[in-house]
Ligand binder design. Structure first.
Ligand SMILES: *Cc1c(COP(=O)(O)O)cnc(C)c1O
Length: 335
């Protein structure tokens, strides 16, 4: 039982079969029918003109940022944004793009007034602000649809492009019980991770208009991300988007069970308001040694992250029984 992340999910049996049988070609030549079909289908499904399959979510974000912004331009993002904090500074390192992070609000949004102040005037002293990048879900939290609409209006008003790091955007759609297009429609570009809760072994998508995706394709090749018979991966990716969405409901329900269970254990405290999808953060009292907890659980075959708050992530390879087992063991080892 591995609670560290939803990236640990193994491909489903159906994915293994689809991968074994995938018709493939050289995708750099545009010859992989399975990749082409996934890209066309995904563009249509999410309401964009075009899509590109990438090796990772990090690469999809980088292609997005580099396709929107030239050297010396700037993107606005959250201080907690994955594409600011957890991607090795790739936009700056590889794209010469300046990030302008703004503190996220408690609900994961970024205050539009603060964003407005951060937009640089047209003056030779400043990098030119080109893009606003949001993330949904962010640390398991869902951005309200009303906020997305306001962010779109804000971007229009200030002549900015709007990008969504949608690594877990399906978790947001499932939590809101809306079609994915109701989220996607506000953005010029969006990424989706197929290899998190959706259980594909590898791969993400970047979506946008035709010219944008053409540019991204050139940059992907430059970054060494042009893959050859990658239809083997796309075959699993298609099933991620067609067969695995309902599983996210189960993951969210399991997250609720875990969160409520943790709140009955002495020394653990979960803010239930913040548990909206498949991620649970719990504060741990100082008298509990989380390193020992982690070691003891490991002996029982349960893997958790370290830190305080502790983060647990629910996914396809964790059942409700597993959640109850984890709660029992936590009670035992923290007593
Ligand atoms: C995981 C994640 C990514 C990056 O995906 P990788 O496939 O791990 O590179 C980007 N953004 C968010 C919000 C993520 O959670």
């Amino acid at each position: 039982m591995d609670f560290r992340s939803d990236t640990v999910t193994h491909p489903t049996e159906a994915m293994r079969i689809a991968m074994a049988n995938a018709i493939v070609g050289d995708d750099v030549y545009g010859d992989d029918p399975t990749i082409n079909a996934l890209e066309m289908w995904a563009a249509e499904r999410h309401g964009f003109e075009a899509a590109i399959f990438t090796s990772s979510g990090t690469q999809a974000n980088l292609l997005g940022l580099m396709s929107h912004c030239e050297r010396g331009e700037e993107y606005l993002c959250g201080q907690q944004a994955h594409n600011y904090k957890f991607e090795g500074g790739g936009a700056a390192v590889l794209g010469s793009i300046q990030p302008q992070p703004i503190e996220n609000e408690r609900d994961g949004t970024i205050c539009l007034k603060k964003l407005k102040k951060a937009i640089k005037p047209d003056d030779i002293h400043f990098a030119q602000t080109k893009l606003l990048s949001l993330e949904n879900t962010i640390n398991g939290k869902v951005l309200p649809l009303s906020y997305l609409k306001e962010a779109r209006e804000f971007a229009n008003e200030h002549n900015l492009q709007l990008h969504l790091d949608g690594a877990r955007v399906y978790n947001a759609a499932v939590a809101l019980n809306v079609d994915i297009k109701e989220i996607a429609c506000h953005f010029d570009s969006m990424t989706i991770c197929l290899s998190k809760g959706l259980s594909a072994p590898v791969g993400s998508l970047l979506l946008g208009n035709k010219a944008f995706i053409t540019k991204a394709r050139r940059i992907r090749k430059m970054l060494g991300g042009g893959m050859r018979q990658a239809g083997i991966l796309a075959a699993a990716g298609k099933l991620a988007l067609t067969e695995q969405i309902d599983q996210l409901k189960v993951d969210h329900a399991n997250a609720q069970i875990l969160a409520q269970g943790l709140n009955t254990l002495p020394g653990f405290e979960v803010n239930l308001e913040q548990v909206q999808t498949n991620i649970v953060f719990t504060k741990v009292a100082e008298h509990i040694n989380t390193a020992h907890l982690q070691q003891n659980l490991r002996k029982d075959g349960i893997i958790i992250s370290s830190g305080n708050p502790l983060r647990f992530v629910l996914h396809n390879d964790i059942t409700q029984d597993d959640v109850h087992t984890l709660l029992e063991k936590l009670a035992m080892y923290s007593a």
